[in-house]
Design a protein around this ligand. Structure first.
Ligand SMILES: NC(=O)c1ccc[n+]([C@@H]2O[C@H](COP(=O)([O-])OP(=O)(O)OC[C@H]3O[C@@H](n4cnc5c(N)ncnc54)[C@H](OP(=O)(O)O)[C@@H]3O)[C@@H](O)[C@H]2O)c1
Length: 256
């Protein structure tokens, strides 16, 4: 990978440098936001803005470089926050243990050895593949709201266990409250993997600290959504890091 812009960790590498795993580790480190959570989203888009390939999945637009950073961001996170639509479409399962280096680091820091998956569903629907406990994999939480109704909430509590159902908000999920609830459980490094509706809502609630955006060298046309979907928002971000490999551009954008 080749560094094009580095405004996150001066001294780690200069524009034009080739990056190795240690450089990427430092360039993507969560900021020292001691005492407060940090919400980072990671999304991939084609050159013409499609958030999925024409089969409706992201696997058909991913590249090797995107996969490297996707894996690294999971290794660095405490919890993956994902919308129920994405969990269903992409077949989300519980997350396996981090690679050895990150597992040891997490253990030394008292963080979970496997990232937790937190699914956001206003209807309190637990995606089937996340329901079952998988030995050696991370925990699963449901983030929902009172509007789901008693019956659906009870069903979710039976499936996951009462401690794993977080109810925040009335008619819709209160996302800043969800972030606070995850932080209260020691899950402060939050990685939002979308989808477009959830990312839009996180941004609208002013709960987004950072967007990691991969742009792949592909035109897809078609009818797929952009990386955000829903009512308009107005959130400005500034570029902090740009890395390139084989035409794939990997960015970090943060609050001004
Ligand atoms: N390009 C990328 O990086 C990327 C990333 C992820 C997904 N995708 C693509 O995006 C598509 C899926 O899109 P999607 O719109 O279904 O995404 P989504 O945001 O993952 O899912 C929407 C569903 O999640 C729940 N949800 C999300 N935000 C909520 C909120 N604020 N409050 C309450 N519930 C909330 C609701 O579930 P309930 O209906 O259960 O209430 C809603 O119906 C797929 O094609 C997938 O491949 C792309």
């Amino acid at each position: 990978m080749r560094l094009l812009l580095n405004d996150v960790a001066p001294g780690v590498a200069e524009p034009g440098d080739t990056l190795g795993p240690d450089d990427l580790d430092r360039l993507y480190a969560y900021p020292d936001a001691t005492g407060r959570p940090w919400v980072r989203a990671n999304m991939v888009a084609t050159l013409d803005g499609a958030a999925a390939g024409n089969d409706g999945r992201t696997g058909s637009i991913n590249t090797d470089a995107d996969l490297v950073v996707y894996t690294l961001l999971r290794d660095l996170a405490d919890v993956v926050l994902v919308g129920a639509g994405t969990a269903r479409t992409e077949g989300y399962r519980r997350i396996p243990a981090r690679s050895a280096r990150y597992r040891e680091r997490a253990a030394a820091e008292g963080r979970p050895t496997c990232p937790v998956t937190a699914v956001v569903s206003g209807a309190a629907q637990v995606p089937p593949l996340l329901a079952a406990d998988e030995p050696g994999h991370g925990d699963a939480l449901l983030v929902t709201c009172a509007g789901a109704g008693t019956e659906a909430l009870d069903r979710a509590r039976r499936v996951l266990g009462p401690d794993r159902v977080i109810v925040v908000g009335g008619d819709t999920v209160d996302l800043p409250a969800a972030v606070a609830a995850l932080h209260a459980r020691g899950l402060s490094r939050i990685l939002c993997e979308g989808g477009p509706r959830l990312l839009r809502d996180v941004a609208a609630a002013d709960a987004l600290d950072e967007l990691c955006l991969t742009v792949v060298p592909l035109l897809a046309a078609g009818v797929q959504q952009r990386v955000t979907a829903g009512a308009g928002v107005d959130r400005r971000l500034v570029p902090r890091l740009v890395v390139e490999q084989d035409g794939t551009l990997l960015h970090r954008w943060t609050r001004p």
